[in-house]
Design a protein around this ligand. Structure first.
Ligand SMILES: Cc1cc2nc3c(=O)[nH]c(=O)nc-3n(C[C@H](O)[C@H](O)[C@H](O)COP(=O)(O)O)c2cc1C
Ligand code: SF4
Ligand code: SF4
Ligand code: FES
Length: 587
């Protein structure tokens, strides 16, 4: 019998679900004499079923267990590993279960995530790792590399969608003795974790992509600017760099060629604006992370004044695959405008939250319903927020919109870096707009008046509307101010900050109007706009709600229907939560 390999998901999502304890439980079984190999792996995407453990039988057969706890380990070892009998009721896949999650995905960026051990250079090499950079330095010219990336149609995955091959061509054309590559791993959008998963699950693929970019543009030095809040990603990157150096894959005369390349990790400064390329460069140089006017673009004058090519983590992770399989194989996926695949972090009210990688051209509805299983508790799908704080809300009526830069822009949202927050009928769109604007307002670096003060005024208006103090003229002011901030801001933060407000005003204006005119929150979220009453027919006088009310606003005798004194009620909702007769009405 072939020896089995057990892989425990130990990316951030696996660790927060208790993966380390599960790993220790398997280690204990090993010490007690069980016979198997134990490895760790990254995020396979099914974050909603962590802790995930895959067991391969050494003969192509692989079984995935979900929601594994330390208590389950003994039985898995005894029955599956020692007795060849997989435990069907704990399996996620391997016996055809939840295949819908994977069978519509195309995994190029995530090809190794959840498959190999990210701390093992050997496993990366066995999966074809560093073959692309070897091919490039031995068989290709920089121009050929750039051409291949242009054929692939790859566009930057950091949010802007600028054609990657074109950017490389521009940086190559800048004449200088010294040039740099920067990998943008700042990933600051709330709800986004695509880059973190790639860095934690397959760090060498990002290093390899950066090396190929360095060869193409003529750079010999690189930085990865990684969010300091990602300690696991930083540790995995540092380990991968030291392994690659030890093996001679990084350093001087790579694969016996004249190509030299070195990569350093720089931890981020904890500000969203530092993801903006000119602010990021300032931060690496040790200056305050503040955007500057462009041109000159980094391709002409970047880090320490030298031509610099800056790309996102996901952009780089695509590159080795493109070189090995050809630009046209990549371009075979997608639409005329948008080629290849895109990774999305699925969050919010969707049944299967986690990471998915889909071919461009798939519809939003297909991602939400076919891959992610639809809406939690089968509630009504209301909208999806794409592109984080710079993006917008796409209503369910436009759910057939395709994943394509142009199509998504037409809705008023943006592709962004890949955050998708799914909302159902219980979400208040004014509240959502307020959440995202509060984020960008707090993160504004303060350089531009419209971004600094305009967003503050917009936020005050939203606060007023959700606190029962909205005025009729507020919506016109929000529209006007939003458009002005977009035009008058220097960097992408200010230029896109009003998007969540403008897109919700466009599609959900009736909700704003209900807050202002009827003083009602239709989704029952904004508490100052809610009224609690008790249904006299349903209330059995059990006394639960008067005991929970912090302001003694509920009156009534035991076993008699109760009443709420509106002048005392502070809309805390406790009575609504405790009543088990559904007698408290929230409106
Ligand atoms: C406020 C702001 C934050 C940004 N944050 C990120 C980020 O976290 N990661 C990223 O790759 N790009 C981010 N960008 C985009 C970068 O400025 C830049 O366009 C990108 O890194 C280029 O790489 P790409 O061409 O591969 O997309 C941000 C832009 C702005 C305006
Ligand atoms: S738009 Fe906002 S974040 Fe960008 S430079 Fe101006 S003030 Fe700073
Ligand atoms: S909402 Fe809160 S304050 Fe109002 S009646 Fe119920 S428990 Fe009391
Ligand atoms: S207090 Fe009225 S039903 Fe419980």
């Amino acid at each position: 019998m072939a020896i089995k390999t057990v892989m425990v998901g130990l990316a951030t999502c696996g660790i927060s679900a208790g993966g380390e304890k599960v790993f220790e439980a398997f280690q204990k079984e090993l010490q007690e004499g069980a016979d198997f190999l134990l490895r760790e792996t990254g995020c396979v995407g099914m974050c909603y079923r962590e802790v995930l453990v895959s067991i391969s039988n050494g003969n192509q057969e692989s079984y995935l267990y979900g929601e594994v706890t330390p208590d389950r380990v003994k039985r898995i070892v005894a029955e599956h590993i020692q007795n060849d009998t997989p435990i069907d009721e704990w399996l996620v896949s391997g016996v055809d279960r939840e295949v819908g999650f994977f069978d519509k995905q195309v995994r190029i960026v995530l090809r190794n995530c959840g498959v190999i051990d990210p701390s093992s250079l050997e496993e990366y090499l066995q999966s074809g790792g560093y073959k692309a950079v070897e091919k490039v330095v031995k068989e290709m010219t920089p121009e050929q590399v750039i051409k291949e990336v242009q054929i692939s149609g790859l566009r930057g995955r950091g949010g802007g969608g600028f054609p990657t091959g074109k950017k490389w061509e521009l940086t190559r054309a800048s004449v200088s003795e010294k040039k740099y590559i920067i990998c943008n791993a700042d990933e600051g959008d709330p709800g986004a974790f695509m880059d973190r998963s790639v860095l934690e699950g397959d760090p060498h693929s990002v290093l390899e992509g950066m090396m190929i970019a360095g060869f193409a543009i003529g750079a010999d030095e690189a930085y990865i600017y990684c969010r300091a809040e990602y300690p696991k990603a930083v540790a995995r990157l540092r380990l991968a760099i030291s392994q690659a150096k030890k093996q001679g894959l990084l350093g001087a005369n790579i694969f016996g060629s004249s190509f030299n390349f070195d990569i350093k990790v720089k931890e981020g400064a904890g500000a969203f604006v530092c993801g903006e390329e000119t602010a990021l460069i300032a931060s690496i140089e040790g200056r305050r992370g503040m955007p500057r006017f462009r041109p000159p673009f980094p391709a002409q004058q970047g880090l320490w004044g030298k031509p610099t090519n800056i790309n996102n983590v996901e952009t780089f992770a695509n590159i080795p695959w493109i070189i090995l399989n050809g630009g046209s194989a990549y371009a075979a996926y997608g639409t005329d405008d948008s080629k290849g695949t895109k990774v999305f972090a699925m969050a919010g009210k969707v049944k299967r939250t986690g990471l998915v990688e889909v071919p461009m051209g798939m519809s939003i509805n297909d991602i939400i319903f076919k891959i992610c299983g639809g809406i939690v508790n089968d509630k009504k799908f209301k909208a999806v927020q794409m592109g984080g704080p710079s993006g917008g809300c796409i209503p369910a009526s436009l759910g057939e919109t395709l994943i394509d830069y142009q199509q998504i822009n037409k809705t008023g949202a943006i592709m962004g870096s890949g955050g998708m927050v799914v909302m159902d009928e219980t979400t208040c769109m004014v509240d959502v707009a307020k959440f995202f604007l509060a984020f960008t307002q707090a993160e504004s670096c303060g350089k531009c008046t419209f971004c600094r003060i305009g967003t503050k005024r917009m936020l005050e208006i939203l606060e007023r509307i959700t606190e029962d103090k909205g005025k009729e003229e507020d919506l016109v002011t929000l529209d006007q101010l939003g458009e002005q901030i977009k035009i008058a801001s220097l960097c992408g933060l200010g230029q896109t900050a009003p998007n969540p407000v403008l897109s919700t005003l466009r599609y959900f204006r009736d909700e704003y109007e209900a807050h202002i005119r009827q003083k009602k929150c239709p989704a029952h979220v904004c508490s100052p706009l809610l009224t609690y009453t008790i249904d006299q027919e349903k209330c059995n006088g059990c006394m639960l709600c008067p005991r929970s009310c912090p302001t003694d606003a509920i009156i009534g005798e035991k076993k008699q229907p109760h009443k709420i004194l509106q002048e005392l009620c502070i809309q805390c909702g406790k009575c609504f939560t405790v009543c088990n007769q559904d007698a408290v009405i929230k409106d």
